[in-house]
Design a protein around this ligand. Structure first.
Ligand code: HGY
Ligand code: MN
Ligand code: MN
Length: 428
C-alpha cells in the first residue's frame, strides 16, 4: 500500500524536475506561451500522462488535456492550471497546479480501480494555453476560449510583438490541436497565492472566495519627433515625458483608496522611435488596474482619464486610452470553499478564506461550472519573479487537499451547485 508520504515524494521529484524547462540563471523559468521552452515542458507532461495510462488531447486553441475516462457516457471533472510563464518568471506559478493535478488524478485513478471510489464523473487534467498573457495578450486565453468568453478565430489570429500569430506559434511547437475538448462538469485549481496573506497569517491553505475586478488600459501618447539637441524645449512635444507623468499618476491614484484594496502598475512601455537623439514621438504603455470592487476600479479609471486630459492640453499632444482584458469580480461557490476547508481540516492543515487579486484560469471556468480555487503560501508574497518560492511541505499539503477535493468532485459533491456569481458591489 503506497503511503501518502511516498506519493508526496514522487510528486516532489516530478515537480522539481520541471525547473529545467526554460531555466534562467537566477533560479527562475522563462517559457512564454508558444515558445520552444513551453513546447518542451508540454512534451514532458504528455509523456508523463501517457505513461500513467491517460488519453492525451489537444484542442483548437492549444489547451492540452490528459484524461481518465472510466465511463465514456460521463463528463469530466477538470483539474489544472498552466505551464506557460512570464519572462524571467517563477518556477511555481501555474506549473505547480498542473503537476499537482496530474498526481491527484493518478491517485484518484488508483482509488477508482481499487473500488475505493465509485465515480459519477471522469477526470481531465488540463494545461491551459497562454494563461500569462505576456507574449500574446490578453491573458487567460485558452480557458476563456473554452468557457466561451473569448473567440477562437480572433485568439488564433492574435499576434505577438514580432508579428507571429498564436496559430503559427502553436503549430511551431506541435500544439495546434484538432481534438474535441472534454466537457467539464466542475473545475478545481491549486495555485501559489502570489501574495503575502497566507504567510502573514501563518496559514497553510487558502480557500479562495472571490476574484478581484481587473482591467487593463492601453495608453498611446502621441507627441512629435524632433532633435534632442537642436529643438528648443518650448518647441518639444515629448511623448515620453507625458507618459512618465501618467505613470506617476497611476501610482498616486491608489492613495485615494483604503490600503490594500486596489493595486496598479504600468508593466509594459514601448517608446518610438527609441533613438538617443530623437525626442520620442509615441509611447504605448499598459496600465493594469485591479481592486476588490468594480466601483473602485471604475473610480480610479475616471480619475486617471481626467488627469490624462489635463496632461494632453498642457503638453499639446494627444493621448488615446483603450480598455481591454476586463474581468468582472466573481464569487466562487460557497460549497466549494467549504469543500476546501473540510479537505484542509482532514489533512491537518490550517486554512483561511482569501480573495485572489491575480487572475487565473479558474476565473472564466467559474462562469460555466462550479469551481474550487485553492492557494498555498508564497514566501515573501513574491511572484512573476525568479525569486518566487514555495516550501516543499506547503506544496505537498496542497496536493493532499487537492486529492480530497478531486475525490469529492468525481463522486458528484458539487453536482447540484451552480457556477460562480458575478460580483455585485456592496457600495453601489
Ligand atoms: O492576469 C493575471 O493576473 C495572471 O497572472 N495572468
Ligand atoms: Mn498563474
Ligand atoms: Mn502568472
Amino acid at each position: 500500500m503506497t503511503t501518502s508520504t511516498s506519493l508526496d515524494q514522487v510528486f516532489l521529484t516530478d515537480f522539481h524536475s520541471t525547473y529545467k524547462f526554460g531555466a534562467t540563471p537566477a533560479n527562475g523559468v522563462d517559457r512564454q506561451a508558444g515558445t520552444r521552452e513551453h513546447g518542451a515542458i508540454r512534451d514532458w507532461f504528455r509523456e508523463r500522462a501517457i505513461a500513467a495510462g491517460m488519453e492525451v488531447r489537444v484542442d483548437a486553441v492549444g489547451n492540452l488535456f490528459a484524461l481518465y475516462t472510466w465511463d465514456p457516457t460521463l463528463n469530466h471533472v477538470f483539474l489544472g492550471s498552466h505551464l506557460d510563464s512570464q519572462p524571467l518568471g517563477g518556477r511555481f506559478d501555474g506549473c505547480y497546479g498542473v503537476v499537482a493535478a496530474l498526481h491527484a488524478a493518478q491517485e484518484i485513478n488508483e482509488k477508482v480501480l481499487s473500488g475505493e471510489i465509485t465515480p459519477v464523473h471522469n477526470i481531465a487534467v488540463v494545461d491551459w494555453f497562454n494563461e500569462e498573457g505576456s507574449r500574446f495578450q490578453p491573458s487567460i486565453m485558452g480557458s476563456s476560449v473554452l468557457a466561451g468568453s473569448m473567440n477562437l478565430e480572433k485568439i488564433l489570429a492574435t499576434r505577438d510583438a514580432a508579428g507571429i500569430t498564436v496559430r503559427e506559434a502553436l503549430d511551431d511547437i506541435g500544439y495546434l490541436g484538432e481534438d474535441p475538448a472534454p466537457i467539464p462538469t466542475a473545475y478545481a485549481e491549486i495555485h501559489i497565492e502570489q501574495g503575502r496573506l497566507l504567510e502573514r497569517h501563518n496559514t497553510e491553505i487558502g480557500a479562495v472566495t472571490q476574484s478581484w475586478y481587473t482591467q487593463k488600459l492601453l495608453v498611446t501618447v502621441n507627441g512629435e519627433q524632433s532633435h534632442t539637441g537642436a529643438t528648443l524645449m518650448a518647441d518639444r512635444h515629448d511623448a515620453l515625458i507625458a507618459a512618465a507623468e501618467i505613470v506617476l499618476m497611476t501610482e498616486r491614484v491608489v492613495d485615494t483608496f483604503p490600503a490594500e484594496e486596489i493595486v496598479t502598475s504600468v508593466g509594459q512601455l514601448a517608446v518610438e522611435p527609441n533613438s538617443p537623439i530623437v525626442v520620442p514621438r509615441q509611447v504605448d504603455m499598459v496600465i493594469d488596474l485591479r481592486a476588490h470592487l468594480r466601483s473602485q476600479v471604475e473610480q480610479a479609471r475616471a480619475t486617471l482619464l481626467t488627469q490624462i486630459a489635463e496632461v494632453e492640453a498642457r503638453r499639446k499632444l494627444t493621448v488615446l486610452v483603450q480598455d481591454f482584458d476586463i474581468r468582472d469580480h466573481q464569487y466562487y461557490p460557497i460549497e466549494g470553499i467549504e469543500l476546501t476547508e473540510k479537505a484542509a481540516a482532514e489533512a491537518g492543515r490550517t486554512c483561511m478564506r482569501i480573495e485572489t487579486m491575480a487572475g487565473h484560469d479558474s476565473v472564466p471556468m467559474n462562469r460555466i461550472v462550479p469551481t474550487v480555487m485553492v492557494f498555498v503560501p508564497s514566501v515573501d508574497g513574491v511572484s512573476h519573479c525568479e525569486r518566487e518560492f514555495t516550501r516543499d511541505e506547503d506544496l505537498v499539503a496542497g496536493v493532499r487537499v487537492l486529492v480530497e477535493i478531486a475525490s469529492q468532485l468525481v463522486t458528484g459533491s458539487l453536482d447540484a451547485v451552480t457556477p460562480g456569481e458575478s460580483g455585485v458591489d456592496a457600495s453601489v
